[in-house]
Design a protein around this ligand. Structure first.
Ligand code: HEC
Ligand code: HEC
Length: 252
């Protein structure tokens, strides 16, 4: 650990400790964000203006800035509740860190934690860690609650695959695969969702649904999430979790 990153790591730990010990956090009562929303053009310009990322330097950021303590040694979160970052698209990771930094992604106390962390990061560190995550294989969803981790039955698999690959014209739901890829691999600022932790997946869909997560430039996610039933969302989360690496593979 070099001396420059030590104070930063120390502050992250202090913030995390605050989150654990305090039940009253800015969360649900926080003031609406005053951060300026992106347009497709300003977003592309901001991403182009980032320096080139370096994978080895990104690994260093991941360990010295304590990202590993929550997102896992190789980007596989150890709890269902926190997102995995392994195999994520460079542009999506970078956008999220910029969004946390500006306060555009400000849905709850967890986002608040990430805002404190992202504000300590330089553009170079953002680029490096984004390159590092993009270099990792897709994540393995951790096996926690039995109900969420249970394999899909053949009937469930058929139903959910129809929904994610074809959408549902009656409910105006566009096929998830048309943007997130046939295998949940994502593209550009559209995130990879294969192998994502189920609790996080469900929570973030709910936050889009409620309008609390509002950093989606195209506002598609808030619309799609509102058209899905809770049962659909649960099934879709389990489906994408199952598209991660084989669970028997070594996670880290
Ligand atoms: C104390 C735990 C903790 C630490 C340390 C931490 N994170 Fe996070 N991170 C979270 C949580 C919780 C979320 C989900 C927040 C939300 O719901 O908005 C998150 C979200 C993210 C996301 C968005 C993921 C997605 O799929 O949208 C990225 C990218 C990210 N973190 C990167 C980092 C990086 C890089 C570092 C280190 C510089 C870091 N995190 C340190 C807990 C942590
Ligand atoms: C029109 C393109 C499009 C379609 C169709 C689409 N998405 Fe998305 N999705 C996106 C984009 C872009 C984002 C990133 C938004 C942002 O910047 O926060 C996203 C974000 C997400 C996230 C958040 C991932 C994370 O790591 O936080 C989830 C989960 C998700 N989508 C699931 C779905 C599901 C399930 C469907 C199908 C019902 C779907 N999406 C359909 C474009 C799309």
């Amino acid at each position: 650990m070099n001396t420059a990153s030590f104070p930063a790591a120390w502050r992250v730990l202090a913030v995390a400790a605050m989150l654990v010990t305090s039940s009253v956090v800015q969360g649900s009562e926080h003031a609406p964000s005053t951060a300026k929303p992106w347009s497709p053009v300003t977003l592309q310009t901001a991403l182009k203006d980032l320096p080139k990322g370096n994978v080895a330097a990104g690994l260093k950021v991941h360990t010295t800035m304590m990202c590993a303590s929550c997102h896992g040694a190789a980007g596989n979160a150890s709890t269902m509740n926190w997102p995995s970052v392994a195999g994520q698209r460079f542009d999506y990771t970078a956008k999220m860190l910029l969004d946390y930094r500006s306060g555009l992604r400000d849905e709850d106390e967890r986002a608040g934690l990430m805002t404190s962390i992202a504000r300590m990061m330089s553009p170079q560190q953002i680029a490096d860690v984004s390159a590092y995550y993009a270099s990792l294989p897709k994540p393995v969803a951790p096996q926690a609650q039995a109900a969420l981790a249970a394999p899909l039955s053949a009937a469930e698999h058929k139903r959910v695959e129809q929904l994610v690959r074809k959408g549902d014209a009656n409910r105006l739901i566009t096929a998830c695969a048309s943007c997130h890829g046939l295998h949940g691999e994502g593209k550009g600022t559209t995130p990879a969702i294969a192998g994502q932790t189920t609790d996080y997946f469900i929570r973030t869909m709910r936050l889009y649904h409620n309008g609390e997560r509002h950093n989606d430039v195209y506002k598609g996610m808030s619309q799609f999430s509102q058209r899905l039933s809770d049962a659909d969302t649960l099934l879709i989360a389990r489906y994408y979790a199952s598209l991660g690496q084989n669970r028997t593979a070594k996670a880290d």
